[in-house]
Design a protein around this ligand. Structure first.
Ligand code: PMP
Length: 383
């Protein structure tokens, strides 16, 4: 076959490579995955089953069923976000489709797209597929991995056309405060930069509420917000997400979506609608369980002398492993059967760190952290 250069030029995902190593063994405790260990709330699953029983197996409108868009609009009032379900919301096949559509709708060939790093691995390849030029903006552990004006300026991001912002962040667990967002927003306004804000972890914050850059002055009109049901509602396999933004951007995204996807999965839309209508308490229970695990993992890392800033969102901790992260992760897997993801996979600034997912049971977390401690003790003894 004659494959396109666009595709052959794309790098392999570093996470995949690591999972293949882990899969080769059968005694592995995996702290590597980026998905909830829970199932979707039962009421949401029942609504999906019920929709099938009623024979709702057709396409929906391109933008998604109206009641779902209305429920999404209502839900987002809790983040002070107000979007019109008529023309400012698009339901997509996962947040992944929403990110891809936003990039393709906003980026022209040669446009520069700033991406703070370490961050979720799909943005760079998405920018390249859209013909844009990714510009890496490293963040630092010293700033708790928040994006700052200084970091943007140091990377030359004033020449960017678009910024992809992901907070709460995968892989660091960092969240940004309103004050920190205000500084980034000011930079974007000054240099006429539009924003794609992937807020899929908005519901998973601990001890503080999520704030969106779209609520900063004059930012709503230059921001597409991406969110979805995979994380907070434990619905990764149902593939449902959405985008919120000015009608002009949502229309442009829908123009691509209507040719490439037609509509998001119908069954999943009914599950999500019920999730929004009746599952707040189940979501709150999952969040409080993640919080318990987060505090446990963070304090265990501290105890064993691994420097780890306190993660405030998502379900990841990002400890400093004090050296070559790839080697550390490989040796940890080999000697103790614990899989974590090397931080360098997530871009500049991630080196020397490990992404540890705590979306796994307390029992497994206890066993895994004990093994990590043994690994560290042995390493310290053998210079
Ligand atoms: N954005 C981020 C930051 C993620 O971590 C993930 C999932 N790992 C996604 C988007 C993809 O989400 P979805 O399942 O809704 O496509």
């Amino acid at each position: 076959m004659n494959l396109s250069d666009r595709v052959t030029d794309l790098p392999e995902s570093g996470i995949r490579k690591f999972f293949e190593l882990a899969e080769a063994r059968d005694d592995v405790i995996s702290l590597g995955v980026g998905e909830p260990d829970f199932s979707a709330p039962w009421a949401a699953r029942t609504a999906a089953i019920d929709s099938l029983e009623r024979g709702r197996t057709s396409y929906t409108s391109n933008r998604g069923i109206r009641e779902l868009r209305e429920a999404i609009a209502d839900h987002h009032r809790r983040y002070d976000q107000a979007y019109d379900p008529g023309d400012e919301i698009l339901v997509t096949t996962g947040a992944s489709e929403a990110v891809d559509l936003a990039l393709r709708a906003l980026v022209d060939p040669g446009d520069v797209v700033a991406i703070h790093e370490p961050t979720y691995i799909s943005y760079g390849p998405g920018v390249e597929l859209a013909g844009g030029e990714p510009l890496s903006v490293p963040t630092r552990a010293a700033d708790d991995f928040a994006l700052t004006r200084e970091r943007l300026a140091a990377a030359g991001a004033e020449r960017a056309d678009t910024l992809v912002l992901c907070y709460p962040n995968n892989p660091t667990g960092a969240v940004m405060t309103g004050e920190q967002l205000a500084a980034v927003a000011a930079f974007c306004r000054e240099h006429d930069i539009q924003v794609i804000a992937d807020e899929i972890y908005a519901a998973l914050t601990y001890g503080r509420d999520h704030e969106s850059i779209a609520t900063q002055p004059d930012m709503r009109e230059r921001t597409v917000v991406v969110n979805g049901f995979s994380k907070a509602y434990a619905m990764t396999g149902l593939r449902l997400g959405y985008a919120l933004g000015p009608a002009e951007a949502i229309d442009a995204m829908n123009r691509i979506h209507q040719y490439t996807m037609l509509s998001a999965p119908t069954t999943a839309q009914y599950a999500a609608l019920e999730g929004l209508r009746s599952c707040d308490s189940e979501v709150a229970e999952m969040v409080s369980e993640y919080d318990r695990r987060r505090r446990f993992v963070h304090s265990r890392f501290r105890e064993m002398g691994l420097d780890c800033f306190e993660p405030r969102g998502a379900f990841y901790a990002f400890p400093d492993c004090g050296g070559d992260d790839e080697r550390f992760a490989e040796e940890l897997l080999e000697s103790q059967g614990v899989a974590v993801v090397p931080g360098s996979v997530f871009g500049e600034g991630g080196e020397g760190h490990l992404r540890v997912s705590y979306a796994t049971s307390m029992r497994e977390l206890k066993r895994a952290t004990d093994r990590i401690e043994t690994f560290l003790t042995e390493r310290r003894q053998t210079p």
